[in-house]
Structure formats: C-alpha cells, structure tokens
Design a protein around this ligand. Sequence first.
Ligand SMILES: [Zn+2]
Length: 455
Amino acid sequence: MSKVKTQYVCTECGAVSPKWAGQCIECNQWNCMVEQIEAKKPAQNARFAGYAGSEKQLQKLSEVEHQETARIATQLSELDRVLGGGLVAGSVVLIGGDPGIGKSTILLQCMCHLSESQNAVYVTGEESAQQISMRAKRLGLNGDKLNLLTETQVETIIATAQNVQPQVMVIDSIQTIYTELLQSAPGGVAQVRESTAQLVRFAKQKGIALFVVGHVTKDGALAGPRVLEHMVDAVLYFEGERDGRYRILRAVKNRFGAVNELGVFAMTEEGLKEVQNPSAIFLSRYQQAAAGSVVTVTWEGSRPLLVEVQALVDESHVGQPRRVAVGLDQNRLAMLLAVLSRHGGVFCHDQDVFLNVVGGVRVMETSADLALLLAAVSSLRNQVLPQNLIVFGEVGLAGEIRPVPNGQERIKEAKKHGFEVAIVPKANAPKKGVDGIRVLPVGQLSEALNSLNEI
Ligand SMILES: [Zn+2]
C-alpha cells in the first residue's frame, strides 16, 4: 500500500501541524496533538464543479419504507436483550469494561454458539491462539467451527476477512490494532480511531455484524474508544467487581434498542451464565436486618430491578467529613445530604457518610434518591427499618419528592418479591391502591421521614 501523508491536529482547537509537538502552538495546550491522515483538498475553483453527477434523489418522509431489521440470536438471552433483540447484520457493537472483567469470555461463548450457524471469525491481538483455545476448553465450548485469526494490522485483518467473508466478527481488542497509514503507536487515540473507522466502513459495506472490544483505563474512560462511541451503533459496558460473582452488561448507546438496558450474568466455572431473576440476587440481605439498609426499585432499560442500598453514617474524625458513594453518583450524594439537613432537619455535617449498592450494580437513576437518604437516616439513628419496606422517589432541591417513570410497575415488582410496605412519591401512588402492599404516598422529605415512624 502506498504511504499516505499524515499530519497532526490539535484536539482542543483544531490547529494543524506537519510535525508532532508536545504543546499546541495555537492554544498552548499540552499533549493534544493527534496524528491524522491528511485529506486531499480539491483545488479551490474546481470545488463545486467537481460535485456534478453525484446528486441523489429526494424522498418524501411519508413514503419511507419500513423494514424490520433481521436479528441474529446469540444464544445468550441476556446479551440479546441488551442488544435490543439480537445482533443486527452490518452493525458495529463496542464492548467496553475493565481488563479481566469477562469481555473476552462472553464473546468467546457467543462466537462459539454463533459459529454453529454463521461464518464467524475471532480476531485476537491480545491473547495467543493457544490461550484462547485453552479458555474454550476450560469453559467446555465447542470451537470446531470458529475461525481464529491472530493479527494486529487492520489492513491484513480486512484483507483476510474479504476472503473468508464472515457474517460475525470479533476484534479483541481495538487497543492492539494498528493501521500502517499512521506512524503513532497502537493504543493511541489516532490509531484506535483510524483502525475503527476502517473496520466500521468494511463491516457496513459487507453487512458483517462486528464486535469491538475496548479496555477501560483506571480513571474510568475507555482508552481511546471513548472517541469511538459516536462511530459505532451500540456501546455496551461491562460492570461489576472483578472478584465478584456478578457481571452487568449495560447498553449506554444503542441504535437498535433501548438505552440503559441491563443484562445480568453470573461468572461460573463454565463462563458467564445468564441470571433469569436479577432482582433476587441483589437482595442478599434476608438473613438479618441491619440499620442503614433500604431496598429500592430502579428502572433499567425496559424492566424494573430491585437493589439494596446500604449506608454507614459515622462520626467523622477528619476535618472534612467523607462522602463516599459506591455504585451511586458522589456529587448527587453531597447534594442530597444538603437537602436532608435543610428540609429534613437531619444533620450530617460532622459525620462520614458511606453509601454502597449491594452486588456491584451501578444505579444512575434519580429514583434511588429517597432510598439513599432514608438509608443514611436509618444508619445515623441506628434504627432498623422493616425488611418488607420498599422505597423509591426523586428528591428535589426544595425537599419535594418527585414522581419517577413507571411507578405502578415498580410497586408491582416489589409486591412480586414479597414487599408489603412502599414509600413512594405522591404522584406515583395508585389511586385505588394495590392488593397486598401498603402504599404510603409522600410529597415532602419531612413526610417521608415521619412515615418511618408509622411502619
Ligand atoms: Zn490547540
């Protein structure tokens, strides 16, 4: 392949320079110069004349034909759910997560299943063919039909795929892939972006369903792949603690399905197994009641999920009391504690506050607001709340309890799991009530705190 010209572009201000520099000469930012392939510019006067012949026909909005997208089932029902009902041909799915969390494991399982009916290629740039084969053996997978390719150069991968014509392909991982068009090292933003661009173009052209694995760095950003999120059709994140038993696959972007859809897996000897009733696993507390524990119902994608929020509020011995939230938004915690002191009359300014969502699940919904405040109050007062209590609701800055979407379904889900008392926003309370569960509607934070004495 002929060498193309490259240039360096500042990611902050867009300044272009033929050479790399540590600092941008235009905006003086550091470490912002990224290598790019130089686009050929047409001569000024030939610019628009050169466009003749490339016109397209316009279409009336109402005349657009609707086509049902064909889906390929992956045999992993939870993965299918997160994808929006299965893989779509010609779609590119980015799977991100910490190294070692199980991205390769789930894809290997999925590809072994798929290779029974599809032409499947697994491209590995990270592990050797031997390592992958050993893993497949350990997981008891049948790899008779799965094609393996150990390669890191994107041009070679595409040339090979052009011959093999796969229907499904995995790139594991994008950080190891490079294009010969750029001089910078693999894993850098420029390489990751350009390699992905080539792969995406190829997958779209040939109708290949493509999985791209991207590692997340310590600070939580996908190294490079953050910049890829807009290039791909779907972005799935693997969450959960590395040593924990459960893994959560979350769709943060999906052109073919609901965003925030959750898939729950358990890590076992035979790889990742789907969890059919995720609500049950996050409620591990049934042994003994303890202060500081409250169960809430979150809404993830298209279904409710019961999770337990735990709080520990303890006298602080440092100048600035600590606010630590695991699985919840730290800034939101600080804000809610301010609301609690102003509108609830409960003061935590000399207390360390630790919050945790049991099971390593991350709750991004504001519907958990009320639950986490009541958990904190329960811990502060050392008051054990009844085990059959469920709480949800958003807390506003004025101390008002705001309604959340799908209130009725949340209450029903709680009832299904044996909960008998529900503290919910006034606007979410069903008019006629629900059989078998006592609903306590609250409009203000102070009402919610008072209702703790009625249960
Ligand atoms: Zn600049």
